[in-house]
Design a protein around this ligand. Structure first.
Ligand code: ATP
Ligand code: MG
Length: 547
């Protein structure tokens, strides 16, 4: 267990960390911070939600002089939402030191970004596509960059950003520090590491489990056409605080979020066909709790950190095990517990077993609640909310007069039941039909994850991280806790669309950047890319490699 003071950090940085509510370093922070502070190149791997952002953010901030008035650090992330989120965390870490950082991503007015660049930020956090745009326009120069971080490095390769990243890194002086971070490190990352890292240290928080230990993982066997009703039942029986539901394609996400809204759930959809304004609005609503269900493509699978996400639901199974690990990793973060449910059709059971094998985690079967169990769950929740209002002695005076009038005319039970029906937003009679998706087909492939070794531990309750976890994965690790006001959540999105076409080809080819349409599939299920900006020149088959 390490405190941040042990790293010999300057007071401004320590103050920022303390204001963020971090009391102890997480295991990856404890291991990575000293190495990165020493200026070494590094590949950092640790489970989702264990503080990798600060693991690179703290040393990065510490190594920048406040007098600097050029871009000296560059962080790349695969999606716009993640770039925004990382930049917010960097901003907080550098606040007392007075450092300036700027997020650069597609979909946002470029002239606005150019104006912000005039403030001379020392740190740029961007998606590769838009970064290249700025480089070509000569509005960003990388000649003075001394630290480069690739967050979710493996994902950026999967999305076909290899060439973009190569072009960008060629412009950064060789005398630099390069850091790669992700919860998953498939073998193709070696290629990037060999090319761009110098004698890197592989810092890995050992765990038998690739997925975060505090997530209870379930699957539900279900027919494609039953998925929607099954989802509603699950949501009713065990109402989440906040939930993210992953769909395979943009069309799927759009249809599903609309359907859920029609049934009365407070929900919205996030995918690459939305404008950046719409994406920002959806994220804001999810963060502030105006909606409690976010339906998203894989654009939201990586890195997003939203406090209060208790459930992740794979309405459609993801194509690859890494994607599964990252998707479910949107819950069970920072020592909190979470639950994931995956819908599996009969033809997808093989694929589920493949995911289990790669992630080394048994996913337990869950039986769908019956209609009446689901209804009961929903009613119980409503009853609790009503009772809470009564117990809190909230002022209901303005409603009393109408209540008395109604009670004079109608039966009290009948009245309360009608009010509860309205409150539960029960619209079961609304007919919903979703366009069916083809089942995911499993393709075996060589996979190298975070395996073997002893476990790290993030457990415990509340804001304290420590102890061991369900699933028995962990040990060691110590207790990192978050006191104070906690931190912001973020969400991001990256959408991997569904795929109706066979997966072949090589994703890590050609350039083409359009993070707006990450890997969603529109008709046909072509996955959407997560970065932003321009049109892709890849053929659809190039989008899918793996397995
Ligand atoms: N030392 C700490 N103590 C308490 N909370 C922390 C600490 N470090 C990070 N956190 C919080 O833990 C959460 C997860 O952090 P972060 O998003 O960096 O995880 P990650 O490892 O990058 O996950 P992912 O693999 O999903 O990207 C955040 O809410 C962050 O504020
Ligand atoms: Mg992260």
């Amino acid at each position: 267990m390490s405190t941040f003071a042990e790293f010999g950090l300057e007071p401004d940085v320590l103050q920022a960390i303390s204001e963020m509510g971090f009391e102890e370093a997480t295991p990856i922070q404890a291991k990575a911070i000293p190495v990165a502070l020493a200026g070494k190149d590094m590949i950092g791997q640790a489970q989702t939600g264990t503080g990798k952002t600060a693991a690179f953010g703290v040393p990065l901030i510490s190594r920048i002089a406040t007098t600097e008035d050029r871009i000296v650090a560059l962080i790349m992330a695969p999606t716009r939402e993640l770039a925004i989120q990382v930049s917010e965390e960097i901003e907080k870490l550098g606040r007392f030191k007075g450092l300036r950082s700027l997020a650069i991503y597609g979909g946002q007015d470029i002239s606005r970004q150019i104006r912000s660049l005039k403030r001379k930020p020392q740190i740029i956090i961007g998606t590769p596509g838009r970064l290249l745009d700025h480089i070509n326009r000569k509005t960003i120069r990388l000649d003075d960059v001394r630290t480069v971080v690739l967050d979710e490095a493996d994902e950026m390769l999967d999305m076909g950003f290899m060439e973009d990243i190569q072009s960008i890194l060629k412009l950064v002086p060789e005398e630099r520090q390069t850091l790669l971070f992700s919860a998953t490190m498939p073998t193709n990352i070696q290629k990037l590491a060999q090319q761009f890292l110098r004698d890197p240290e592989h810092i890995k928080v050992d765990s038998k489990l690739l997925s975060a230990p505090l997530i209870q993982q379930f699957y539900v066997e279900i027919q494609e056409r039953m998925k929607f009703d099954g989802l509603c039942r699950l949501l009713d029986m065990e109402p989440p605080e906040l939930a993210i539901i992953f769909g395979r394609t943009k069309r799927r996400v759009a249809e599903l979020s609309e359907a859920l809204m029609k049934r009365g759930y407070a929900c919205d959809g996030l995918h690459g066909d939305l404008s950046q304004n719409q994406r920002d609005t959806v994220m804001r609503k999810f963060r502030d709790g105006s909606i409690d269900v976010l339906v998203a493509t894989d654009v939201a699978a990586r890195g997003l950190d939203v406090t209060g996400v208790t459930h992740v639901i794979n309405f459609d199974l993801p194509q690859d095990p890494e994607s599964y690990v990252h998707r479910i990793g949107r819950t069970g973060r920072a020592g909190k517990e979470g639950t994931s449910w995956s819908f599996v059709t009969a033809r997808e059971t093989d694929h589920l077993h493949f995911i289990e094998k790669v992630t080394r985690h048994r996913i337990s079967k869950k039986i769908l609640p019956t209609l009446s169990e689901a209804m009961e769950g929903k009613q119980k929740l409503m009853a609790e909310r009503i009772m809470d209002t009564v117990r809190a002695e909230e002022d209901v005076t303005p409603f009393k007069w109408v209540a008395m009038q109604l009670l004079e005319q109608y039966d009290s039970v009948q009245l309360l039941a009608a009010a509860m029906k309205l409150l539960t937003g029960d619209k079961k009679d609304v007919n919903i039909e979703l366009t069916p998706e083809d089942p995911i087909r499993s393709k075996k492939r060589k996979f190298e994850g975070n395996r073997g070794g002893s476990g790290s531990s993030y457990g415990g309750s509340g804001r304290r991280y420590g102890g061991s976890s369900s699933g028995g994965s962990s040990s060691g690790g110590g207790a990192w806790r978050q006191g104070g006001q906690g931190r912001s959540d973020s969400r991001g999105s990256s959408s991997y669309g569904g795929q109706r076409k066979p997966y072949q080809g090589n994703r890590s080819s050609t350039t083409g950047r359009d993070d707006s349409s990450y890997r969603d599939a529109n008709r046909g299920g072509r996955p959407e890319r997560k970065d932003d900006s321009r049109g892709s020149s890849r053929s659809p088959s190039e989008d899918f490699v793996k397995i």
